[in-house]
Write a protein that binds this ligand. Structure first.
Ligand code: ADP
Length: 391
């Protein structure tokens, strides 16, 4: 079959001949039996076959292997009731080149009769580029959506944090106005009394009031420090800085530090066993220990014993603080690590409800765990478990 013959088959209209010859899309004419009877240069280029290789071949040679059988059925259906239609909108139609490469196409179908025989015409466009662009656009869209979602989440988290911070500030203001009152009035009354004790023989009384002022100021500083620690912890600004130190000595120093908190007849018994040296963040551990020890004193009556037991094993370090104090009511135990939470049997004792929350956060920061057991009016035991880290 020659090129001229091909064009002649379409009719005598030169315009159509030119269209067929020079169209950049592929055009195929298929007879009723599904054989290819016309191929334009566009189709040759599209599929990588020469016209002579395609003529009289079943149309299905241009389809990926796995679709051929199904397509034969479609084609027969089309010839039974042919309609002009475009295929592939919304559908992924695939074709296959001579070299086996599968690519996406868009196809429009038409039909006509030639010498009483029904013929179908397929106009085929390679849409690889369009698909790629669509895919790229889809991906860009997805990325954009993801970025919007991420940003929204970030904003929401910032907003939540802002809300929480605001709430915390207002709770702090109400807690501070309550908790600051006692030490401040103690300072005021001691200062007025000191003014009156100006004689030499009043030296003892003056000293007593100076001590009272000091302890009230310390109390105020402790509240502020707790609040600042919490703020720093919440903002993730506390960094762990492990160093090597003598843990046994460290425990003894902590006991010395809370010495002035002990009530009449209270004493802290210290038991230490295991390795002496530890690699830990000293500042964090000090805060944890002082908080738990001072609570043990604060929430126990006079003459009660407190015990600090440290076991420094190679794998695990445990710090156990036991008191014989007021205990924590069972139904409130689940809330004890919450910010500002104070048990109902503790409301007459000064406190902010921040200490345990800070302690828990600190313990978790150094990969540890904290728990407690308590029986009301019998006592409480706090246990801190840390991974054993020794240089
Ligand atoms: P604060 O002592 O300032 O109230 P904490 O956060 O240290 O704050 O403690 C929170 C609450 O836990 C206390 O108010 C108290 O009800 C309870 N609590 C903590 N330690 C003990 C303890 N050793 N014995 C009894 N209750 C305790």
């Amino acid at each position: 079959m020659t090129a001229d013959h091909t064009i002649d088959t379409l009719g005598s209209d030169t315009a159509f001949k030119v269209l067929f010859q020079y169209a950049t899309i592929g055009i195929l004419v298929i007879d009723k039996s599904g054989k290819i009877s016309l191929v334009n240069p566009g189709a040759e280029q599209l599929f990588g076959y020469t016209r002579s290789e395609l003529l009289d071949q079943p149309l299905e040679v241009l389809l990926p292997e796995n679709l051929r059988k199904k397509h034969t059925g479609h084609r027969e259906g089309y010839f039974a009731s042919p309609k002009a239609r475009s295929m592939g909108s919304g559908l992924d139609l695939l074709a296959q080149k001579k070299d086996g490469k599968v690519f996406p196409v868009e196809i429009s179908l038409g039909h006509y009769e030639l010498s009483g025989e029904r013929m179908a015409v397929a106009f085929i466009t390679d849409i690889t580029e369009r698909k790629r662009a669509e895919q790229e656009l889809k991906q860009l869209n997805e990325e954009l959506e993801q970025r919007v979602a991420d940003r929204t989440m970030e904003l929401k988290a910032a907003l939540d944090r802002e809300k929480e911070l605001n709430e915390m500030k207002s709770r702090f203001v109400s807690m501070a106005s309550h908790e600051f009152r006692t030490p401040l009035s103690a300072v005021l009354s001691s200062v007025s009394l000191i003014e009156q004790y100006h004689r030499v023989e009043h030296e003892d009384k003056r000293k007593k009031h100076v001590e009272r002022i000091k302890s009230s100021v310390k109390n105020l500083t402790d509240i502020l420090n707790d609040f600042l620690s919490l703020d720093k912890l919440e903002q993730g600004k506390v960094e762990v800085d492990p160093q090597q130190f003598d843990f046994e000595e460290f425990g003894a120093d902590a006991i010395d530090e809370v010495e002035n908190m002990l009530k009449k007849g209270q004493e802290i018994c210290y038991h230490y066993s295991g390795e002496k040296q530890i690699l830990q963040d000293k500042r964090i551990l000090r805060n944890v220990l002082l908080n738990l020890l001072s609570n043990a004193c604060k929430y126990s009556e006079e003459d009660k014993k407190i015990e600090l037991r440290i076991t420094c094993g190679p794998e695990v370090v445990s710090i156990v603080i036991t008191d014989q104090g007021i205990g924590i009511p069972e139904d409130e135990q689940k809330n004890m690590f919450e910010k500002f939470y104070r048990a109902r049997n503790a409301v007459n004792i000064q406190g902010t409800g921040l200490g345990l929350n800070i302690v828990k956060r600190y313990v978790e920061l150094i990969q540890g765990k904290i728990s407690f057991t308590s029986v009301k009016n019998q006592g409480t035991t706090f246990t801190v478990i840390l991974p054993g880290q020794h240089a």
